[in-house]
Ligand binder design. Structure first.
Ligand code: HEC
Ligand code: HEC
Ligand code: HEC
Length: 123
């Protein structure tokens, strides 16, 4: 009877291993990372080119940004027009907050001066 239990164990564990493998594979292939480079509408101040993949690889966690706004091009703007985000909220409470903190800590940070983010004449 021992061999039957052993065989059962083997069967169950190989099914589990296969399932884990399939899930990991599905997660990697299904996840849509969006565009490598994005342009955020900065309203009157001019557009903000945004290196998306750079942030994904540095920050690792999508939710750092995507709990505040959706994984959608123009999503920030849509929430602003719907009144769910106020103008400059993402910039001040999010982008700049992180860049300034890293700068204070002496770590590599993104830009903190207006014109480094808002490029003129691109609209
Ligand atoms: C540092 C912030 C940040 C992080 C981290 C981040 N994103 Fe984004 N993502 C953005 C911004 C900004 C936009 C554009 C929003 C807009 O246009 O209003 C965006 C848009 C998107 C879009 C829609 C754009 C397109 O090209 O279709 C997808 C999909 C997306 N993100 C997926 C992800 C995934 C998956 C991760 C994690 C691996 C991730 N993002 C991490 C900031 C981020
Ligand atoms: C790290 C990049 C970054 C820096 C630095 C930055 N901004 Fe922004 N700014 C953004 C982003 C992204 C938006 C769009 C999202 C939002 O409204 O929060 C924005 C939006 C704005 C808006 C809102 C425009 C509108 O009509 O909705 C104004 C005004 C503005 N910025 C002014 C400034 C000024 C002034 C400075 C310098 C003190 C500055 N920004 C620095 C990224 C930046
Ligand atoms: C949680 C931290 C964090 C947040 C949030 C964040 N950034 Fe950054 N950003 C970084 C870091 C780290 C770098 C890379 C610094 C380096 O390695 O040179 C960076 C770099 C950048 C650069 C310069 C890229 C280059 O090629 O030099 C831009 C532009 C930028 N960020 C814009 C933004 C905008 C716009 C937002 C908001 C939508 C944002 N960031 C949100 C951490 C953040």
């Amino acid at each position: 009877m021992i061999w039957r239990r052993a065989a059962m164990h083997l069967l169950v564990s190989s099914v589990v291993v296969t399932l884990i493998g399939v899930c990991a594979w599905a997660d990697l292939t299904v996840q849509n990372r969006g565009a490598e480079q994005l342009v955020i509408d900065g309203g009157s101040k001019g557009v903000v080119p945004f290196p998306h993949y750079l942030h994904q690889s540095i920050l690792k966690d999508c939710n750092v940004c995507h709990t505040l706004f959706p994984q959608e091009q123009g999503g920030i703007n849509r929430l602003k027009t719907e009144g769910k985000l106020v103008k400059q909220q993402v910039m001040k409470k999010h982008c700049l907050k992180c860049h300034k903190r890293l700068k204070r800590e002496g770590s590599p940070s993104g830009p903190t001066t207006c014109t480094k983010c808002h490029v003129k004449d691109k609209k």
